[in-house]
Design a protein around this ligand. Structure first.
Ligand SMILES: Nc1nc2c(ncn2[C@@H]2O[C@H](COP(=O)(O)OP(=O)(O)O)[C@@H](O)[C@H]2O)c(=O)[nH]1
Ligand SMILES: [Mg+2]
Length: 278
């Protein structure tokens, strides 16, 4: 989505479950307006947060006109992914399905054809099977061409200069969380959320104060780092990213608060924009 839109509207890290919400990425060309609905991945998880994330993903699939189902083709097809694909195939959904085999840049080319056949066997009525590299951009145009063929005719929903439905405030929270996900390990990122407490336009630009919620006492010093080194670095990188995205000066301040169990409290999740009501 970022590659297509040409801006970082969705945060990206190597960790699973980085995406927690339903995020729109809007791409308008002379031919069409494509509104991508990025969702959390389908995964297992006992926490309320994870249950919400999976519900968000399935709900988004229902509202879409086309389903683009993306898999990491550089890793062997596991049985959970295979089952998911056959379930999409068997459900006789009204939407056309396009399978995207991503990360071909880091896969052995000899494995591509058998992989394509494997997916085709699981979902024979899918409209297309497209190998591409989101990272390098290879075949992303090919995917868009195919996608346009299956879009219904309708008025554009958004003005041509819109590229996401997220507010600057939400994007700020996401950019901070991205840095936490990149810098922290094991359980810490999964028990972290970011809450924007102050968001103001000033004469100089934007003034943003964000609180990093951590899941336990022991996580706090890890996020802060020795004499504040870690949190400072995260703040600088997030600020730079936001300045590029917003094209204005950003003053970003970060704090850490302990909030054990936020990821299991339905009300708290709603407050953080992680509920299922969108
Ligand atoms: N090599 C390679 N890595 C990719 C490609 N697309 C995504 N990635 C990496 O895969 C990881 C997960 O990407 P992300 O967009 O966060 O996936 P999500 O968890 O499904 O939202 C990140 O480290 C990306 O840089 C690709 O085409 N090639
Ligand atoms: Mg994502």
């Amino acid at each position: 989505m970022n590659k297509i839109i040409g801006a970082r509207v969705a945060i990206v890290t190597p960790k699973p479950q980085t995406t927690r919400h339903r995020i729109l990425g809007i791409h308008t060309t002379e031919q069409a307006q494509m509104i991508f609905v990025d969702t959390p991945g389908i995964h297992k998880g006992k926490r309320q947060l994870n249950k919400n994330m999976v519900r968000i993903a399935y709900a988004a699939a229902e509202e879409a006109d086309v389903l683009a189902i993306m898999q990491d083709a550089s890793r062997p097809l596991d049985h959970i992914t295979a089952r998911l694909i056959s379930r999409f195939a068997e459900n006789n959904l009204r939407q056309p399905r396009i399978h995207i085999l991503n990360k071909v840049d880091k896969m052995d080319k000899a494995l591509l054809l058998p992989r394509l056949q494997e997916i085709q066997t699981l979902d024979p009525t899918a409209k297309a099977f497209i190998p591409l590299s989101a990272k390098k951009g290879n075949q992303v145009d090919g995917f868009l061409k195919t996608l346009i063929e299956y879009l219904p005719e309708a008025e554009a929903d958004y003005d041509a200069d819109w590229y996401t439905d997220q507010s600057q405030r939400q994007l700020a929270a996401e950019y901070v969380r991205e840095q936490v996900f990149l810098a922290m390990h094991q359980e810490i990122p999964f028990q972290t959320a970011v809450d924007i407490e102050v968001f103001k336009e000033t004469a100089k630009g934007l003034h943003i104060e964000a609180v990093i919620l951590v899941g336990s006492e022991s996580h706090k010093p890890m996020v802060i780092g020795k004499s504040g080194e870690k949190i400072k670095r995260m703040g600088i990188t997030a600020r730079k990213g936001l300045e590029t995205l917003f094209d204005q000066h950003v003053d970003l301040r970060l704090w850490v608060k302990i909030d054990s169990g936020w990821f299991d409290h339905p009300m708290k999740l709603e407050d953080l924009g992680l509920g299922t009501g969108f």
